[in-house]
Design a protein around this ligand. Structure first.
Ligand SMILES: Cc1cc2nc3c(=O)[nH]c(=O)nc-3n(C[C@H](O)[C@H](O)[C@H](O)COP(=O)(O)O)c2cc1C
Length: 313
């Protein structure tokens, strides 16, 4: 019998729900699944208080996370495959996932293991995926597959619906805007990844190093987000360093500079983001080939093509 370790952190339950849908076919195929839900100490609240949400920014970006409570994995347990399910906080992996990847316990569990990465976020996961890949590799794991599920609502609408969800816990449609988060159909369709993993495990596919989730539209990268995200990551590095000059996580003296950061974010979203998008449209003929090539790179290892979709519908 194959043993799979699932490591995840989900606040609203969105990612946890996707993980359940994905792992159901594994359980049905007789695979033993141990689901480790990370528990930061102290917990991050959900819904978020306003300042608490901003205060999570510097340490998320600087990979200096709040620690997790010890894991519940039985000592001596050996796994054939690790599924790492994560969300994005401030263009970086969420703090509990970073804490897991940096911890000795995390590295011990990843060492020598094939790892399937699953991200569910608003829409900006590229830079955070670079970080996840680096940390998995440093922990001795081999990243063999990657699945990305995003909110496919209009980008500007998600700048309203996502914060509303984070601050109130409500993700329903309102004011003519679509519901927040990954849409229900895409969440349900995540079962195909579990089916494909169960098939692969049955033939020792996890041992080959060959991706197991190709042909299933595991990842689709929108080329125009590449540049916005790179610019955002650079700015976030500078701002996070600046905020940390004023104090540690949770200290009130960081509040004024966090509010300044928020002002910067709002001005960026209202001015620079639309301007950037317009400029990119104009420059599209010049940039298109380069961006498309980089987008395809980010779609590795599992890829965007849907050749095996028919078999899973
Ligand atoms: C503090 C914080 C920062 C976030 N930053 C981003 C981000 O930079 N990019 C993004 O696509 N989603 C971002 N999100 C949304 C999350 O990736 C995720 O979709 C959401 O928190 C729901 O996940 P859950 O399963 O943990 O409830 C952020 C969420 C939080 C709480």
């Amino acid at each position: 019998m194959k043993n799979v370790l699932v490591v995840s952190y989900s606040q609203s339950g969105q990612l946890a729900g996707i993980v359940d849908v994905m792992t159901q076919p594994l359980r049905e195929a007789g695979v033993s699944v141990h689901h480790e839900m990370l528990r930061p100490e102290p917990e991050f609240p959900f819904p978020w208080p306003f300042l608490g949400f901003l205060d999570a920014f510097p340490e998320s970006v600087r990979l200096d996370p709040r620690p997790n409570r010890p894991l519940s994995v039985p000592s001596g347990a050996e796994f054939d495959l690790v599924i790492l399910a994560w969300t994005v906080w401030y263009l970086s992996p969420s703090q509990p996932v970073t804490a897991f990847l940096l911890s000795e316990e995390g590295k011990r569990l990843l060492a020598g293991k094939p790892v399937v990465s699953v991200v569910a976020c608003r829409n900006m996961w590229l830079g955070a995926f670079d970080t996840v890949k680096t940390l998995v590799t440093q922990g001795g794991g081999r990243l063999v597959d990657h699945v990305a599920l995003i909110d496919d609502g209009p980008a500007l609408a998600t700048f309203i619906t996502t914060p509303r969800w984070m601050f109130t816990g409500r993700r329903d449609a309102f004011l003519g805007l679509p519901p927040a988060g990954v849409n229900a159909r895409h969440r349900a369709d995540a079962a195909r990844f579990g089916v494909a993993l169960a098939e692969a495990l049955a033939r020792d596919g996890e041992k080959t190093g060959v991706p197991m989730l190709t042909g299933l539209r595991a990842v689709k990268v929108t080329p125009h987000l590449l540049l916005s995200e790179r610019a955002g990551r650079r700015a976030f590095r500078v701002w996070s360093g600046f905020v940390r000059l004023f104090g540690r996580a949770g200290q009130w003296r960081r509040a004024p500079v966090l509010l300044l950061f928020l002002l910067y974010l709002v001005v960026m979203i209202l001015t620079v983001v639309p301007l950037n998008l317009a400029l990119q449209r104009l420059a599209a003929p010049l940039l298109a080939r380069r961006l498309a090539a980089r987008a395809r790179q980010y779609e590795l290892p599992s890829g965007a093509d849907g050749a095996r979709m028919a078999a899973h519908e």
